[in-house]
Ligand binder design. Structure first.
Ligand code: FES
Length: 290
């Protein structure tokens, strides 16, 4: 009941989150497109996990301590903690903006609401910090009140951010529930040149309930799951690069065909990879690598 009410409330913000989100997206997509290595660092490709999710816990915990120090009457500790919390917020925001640069649709609207609330909380904290520093060593009533209000806004923003991930599935691994298989299963390529899989280009294939993308190189057939781990783009419609990599058509993540390693974001997850061999009696069979 409460969740439905909150969803309605968030959806009602679409009239401003949609246009603002589109504008911010265009700018951030362009900006991070100029520096893909920085984007990959900030999204956490090196970690194999979204970095924003790791960094967001720090400011929330630190900024809660500000309230604790205020209640205990330790003005100095509250001010220092607030300054550290603001720095932690900025670090989390950088990683969040890198994620945002490749976020589409409803998730982008929600992410816009999330980041707008976070910026509002950040503004409140900065004013609170200025008031505290201005009144030092006497306690600043306005500064304390503002940091409490900012924490409430921060909590609401964190709720919306959780919605972007847990409800809308942004930045989650699209293969989270796909286990490795030990059984060889008949592979059905969507196109054949004579009896062979066409060489040197991306070919779609069906493996039971899964869709794969194949590249044949002589006798060797490299195969990945067709659904991009980032947001579900169809890899078979992407680009083959140097015969070694496949680039997703949606946001240009790149995976190594030999083992599915992600070598360029925005995906932070590897792509499921498959072994393919000729089948006795003709055709091919495949199974997922462990
Ligand atoms: S769906 Fe985003 S890079 Fe593939």
């Amino acid at each position: 009941m409460l969740a439905r009410m909150l969803v309605r409330l968030m959806d009602a913000q679409g009239f401003w989150t949609r246009p603002l989100g589109d504008l911010a997206f265009r700018f951030l997509h362009w900006l991070f497109g100029l520096m893909p290595a920085i984007r990959d660092l900030l999204i956490g490709r090196w970690l194999g996990h979204p970095l924003h999710a790791v960094l967001t816990d720090a400011p929330i915990g630190i900024l809660f301590l500000v309230i604790v120090f205020d209640v205990l009457g330790n003005q100095g500790a509250a001010t220092v903690t607030l300054a550290v919390g603001v720095l932690a917020m900025l670090a989390a925001a950088l990683a969040g903006f890198a994620d945002y640069a490749d976020t589409d649709g409803k998730a982008r609207e929600r992410a816009t609401l999330h980041s707008s609330l976070m910026l509002l909380a950040l503004l409140g904290y900065l004013i609170s910090l200025a008031l505290r520093l201005g009144s030092n060593p006497a306690p600043s009533g306005g500064g304390v009140l503002l940091s409490v209000l900012s924490f409430l806004v921060l909590s609401a923003a964190a709720y919306v951010g959780g919605d972007v991930v847990y409800v809308l599935g942004n930045m989650v691994n699209r293969h989270a529930f796909r286990g490795a298989g030990t059984k060889w299963i008949a592979l059905e390529p969507a196109e054949l040149a004579g009896d062979e899989i066409p060489e040197g280009r991306l070919v779609k294939a069906k493996l039971d309930i899964n869709q794969l993308v194949l590249v044949r190189q002589g006798e060797q057939i490299l195969a990945l799951h067709d659904t991009c781990a980032h947001a579900g783009g169809p890899l078979n419609e992407g680009r083959l690069i140097d015969g070694r990599l496949v680039e997703c058509p949606w946001h240009a993540s790149r995976y190594r065909l030999s083992d599915g390693l992600v070598v360029q974001g925005p995906s932070v997850y590897d792509q499921p990879s498959y072994e393919v061999r000729r089948r006795e009696g003709g055709g091919w069979e495949a199974r997922r690598r462990a």
